[in-house]
Design a protein around this ligand. Structure first.
Ligand code: NAP
Length: 312
């Protein structure tokens, strides 16, 4: 058990979507939080990370910085996503070790799982096959950091833990249609279609794929609980433990936004991974985490936030 009060915690990506919620929680627990911004410190540059550690000398590092996006962004940037996510992780882990950081929390991704694996995804099956092709470079770059942390634990006794969150959503998500994930993209499209009276909304794929979504505040709570309570080498899934088909998700969002037109499925577009749902029993057992916000509730809050914050 790590008492976080008064500790210096460096949160990379702390100004991002998930990071902002993690920082709020850490501050509420009395941590001294520092957030390096990309414009000041490019974490893909090892020397910049070394200087950052010298300057901040954190007790704990929560590494959330990443280059991320939905299917479209992953297809457009496979090389960049591999490089940026691998380089950032390698630099942050190595320089944390060199700086004598007590504990590092690495956030991975559900995209690391094999394309075809038993549902719900169990951490024991992480290495049983190749990930879904569109997000494999991102997923594998992040998965390699699990191996790095396990090797650093063996060789240097470095305390690095590894969490695998499922797809997140919530207020302040990325609503840029070029790079957004499925939920903000759908909310934006349906709100715009409702307001313009569009007769139909086009959505990608067949609707048959399934996904699991975790409300961002639940994810932040899980990360902070793990920072306090978990010190093992095994990766731990962080999810809601509930699966929904994209078709049901689309219909739910259409209904919450009050859109009454039609839905057209563009079946020439990829569905991505066929099914996604995590086995969340380890998180409960190791650090007492269970999701609290149900999907409909979380979607209502997210739609409301977008309606209040969308550019006029
Ligand atoms: N969103 C999801 O559905 C999801 C699901 C599973 C896992 N995750 C993981 O959760 C973490 C946070 O994701 P997010 O959705 O919150 O992403 P996000 O909003 O895009 O935030 C990413 C942050 O990374 C920072 N960053 C990117 N490149 C950097 C660089 N070269 N140097 C320094 N900082 C850099 C950015 O800093 P600036 O703000 O300064 O530009 C940004 O704040 C990531 O590790 C992601 O893989 C996310």
């Amino acid at each position: 058990m790590t008492d976080l009060a008064g500790r210096r915690v460096l949160v990379t990506g702390g100004a991002g979507f998930l990071g902002s919620y993690v920082c709020t929680r850490l501050e509420a627990l009395g941590c001294e939080v520092s957030i390096p911004r990309r414009k000041d410190v490019d974490l893909t540059e090892q020397l910049a990370v070394r200087n950052l550690m010298k300057h901040e000398h954190p007790d704990i590092v929560v590494h959330l910085a990443a280059e991320v996006g939905g299917i479209g962004a992953n297809r457009a940037n496979p090389g960049r996503y591999f490089y940026a996510n691998a380089a950032m992780g390698i630099n942050v882990i190595e320089e944390s070790r060199r700086a004598g950081v007590e504990k590092l929390v690495q956030v991975g991704t559900v995209c690391a799982y094999p394309k075809y694996t038993t549902v719900p995804f169990n951490e024991e099956h992480l290495w049983d096959g190749y990930p879904e092709e569109t997000n494999a470079p991102y997923g594998i770059a992040k998965k390699s950091l699990l191996v790095m942390l396990q090797a650093y634990r063996d060789q240097y006794d470095f305390n690095g833990i590894y969490l695998l969150p499922v797809n997140l959503y919530g207020p302040r998500d990325n609503f840029d249609l070029e790079t957004s994930h499925v939920i903000p993209a759908l909310i934006r499209k349906f709100v715009a279609a409702r307001d313009s009276g569009a007769p139909a909304v086009e959505v990608w794929g067949t609707g048959s794929a399934s996904r699991e979504f975790l409300y961002v505040e639940d994810a932040a709570r899980a990360i902070v609980l793990a920072t306090e309570r978990y010190d093992g080498s095994e990766p731990v899934n962080v999810g809601a433990g509930r699966e929904i088909s994209i078709r049901d998700l689309v219909e739910t969002i259409a209904s919450i936004t009050g859109y009454e037109g039609g839905i057209r499925w563009d079946t020439t577009r990829p569905d991505g991974q066929p099914r996604r749902m995590l086995d969340t029993s380890r998180a409960l057992q190791y650090f007492g985490f269970e999701a609290e916000v149900d999907l409909e509730h979380g979607l209502r809050r997210t739609v409301q936030w977008w309606q209040e914050h969308q550019p006029k």
